[in-house]
Design a protein around this ligand. Structure first.
Ligand SMILES: [Zn+2]
Ligand SMILES: [Zn+2]
Length: 349
């Protein structure tokens, strides 16, 4: 057992500090992904734990506008393209691709000769549905650590979709619907973009289609999708269909219409046998919008940062690993969760 190193305190001149409302930039007087209502919020992406209701002003990437307004209604929103900058109280703020979901951004802050980057959530492997992650050189990097344990190593996109296609094809040959439970924003669109639509029709839950519309409007090619209420959607069609539904649909009457279906769950947590068992599904596909353990290391190294703050997930493990590798590292206490609502303190299978 290695004990966690003592956490260094924040230094004068830090561009981001932890406050009860969220991560705060003192010279700029704004917050990044705050969890309590504030006047000015820079939002890394539209997942509900990072983009909350009640802020006075929002700044986000232009491709987040659709999902933010879908979720939060009318908000005072200023948008930026990737690489575009605004200067606020002398702090230069720009957004850079995080490869997590549509419109997801890392926030680069420059002030007094210092550069800090707050990653938000990120994924290092490109998936075709959002601009790929780009390392942004900085002195200090604020990273997530949702899957910051050495056991988390994702299959490649190609291997993942070969598995999903094989499962769907086999079910379709046997006249059985393939119900794939996945988070409605991000994962569902990645699955749509990655599967082989020649296998059969694709049916989506009502919670998924509005997000598909936002992705299509942003120019992300997705195959045609049907709703169960559409004309022509009958038992014969459903027997060949891939059905995408949010995890909350599990065990609801909505699923009964699919009869004797096969079900599966797509999540990074599926790497753990215990999670798969608890979910009670036929199959688990290891698929995440977050960096895996090698991805986190690669991303952190790519920034060249000497100082690293770790926000959410396996904070202590990643802080210890970084410290052992010669970086100055510490945790930031945040209230971010995870889209898939699984306990983060997962143990090895
Ligand atoms: Zn997220
Ligand atoms: Zn997050």
């Amino acid at each position: 057992m290695v004990t966690a190193p003592p956490a260094p305190t924040s230094s004068p001149g830090d561009l981001v500090v932890a406050r009860p409302e969220g991560l705060y930039c003192p010279p700029g007087d704004f917050y990044i992904d705050p969890w309590r209502p504030v006047d000015r919020a820079v939002i890394t992406h539209a997942h509900s734990d990072h983009a909350r209701v009640g802020h006075g002003h929002y700044l986000a990437h232009v491709d987040s506008a659709g999902t933010l307004r879908t979720r939060l209604g009318e908000i005072a929103l200023q948008t930026l393209a990737y690489g575009e900058a605004v200067v606020h109280h002398g702090v230069r703020v720009s957004l850079h691709p995080a490869g997590h979901v549509l419109g997801s951004a890392q926030v680069r802050l420059e002030h007094g000769g210092r550069v800090w980057v707050a990653s938000g959530d990120y994924k290092t492997e490109p998936d075709g549905t959002c601009t790929p992650f780009e390392p942004v050189p900085c002195d200090t990097f604020i990273t997530e650590s949702t899957f910051g344990l050495p056991i988390y190593r994702w299959p490649t996109q190609a291997a993942l979709f070969a598995e999903i296609n094989d499962w769907w094809r086999l079910n379709a040959e046997q006249g059985r619907a393939s119900v794939l439970l996945c988070y409605a924003f991000g994962k569902a669109q990645r699955i749509l973009h990655g599967v082989d639509p020649a296998i059969g029709p694709i049916v989506v839950h009502g919670a998924v289609e509005p997000l598909n519309a936002v992705y299509r409007a942003a120019g992300v090619p997705l195959p045609p999708t049907l709703r169960v209420t559409d004309p022509g959607v009958d038992a014969a069609l459903l027997g060949r269909a891939l059905v995408l539904a949010p995890p909350s649909a599990q065990g609801t009457p909505w699923l009964r219409r699919f009869g004797n279906y096969s079900d599966a769950f797509a999540s990074g947590w599926m790497q753990l046998r215990g999670t798969r068992r608890r979910r009670g599904v036929d199959r688990g596909f290891v698929m995440s919008d977050h960096a895996d353990w090698p991805g986190l290391q690669q991303a952190i190294a790519g920034t060249g940062a000497e100082r690293v703050f770790v926000t959410h997930g396996s904070v202590a493990v990643l802080v210890r690993w970084l410290t052992e590798n010669g970086l100055e590292a510490q945790g930031f206490k945040t209230e971010y969760g995870d889209e898939d609502s699984e306990p983060v303190a997962a143990t090895a299978p």
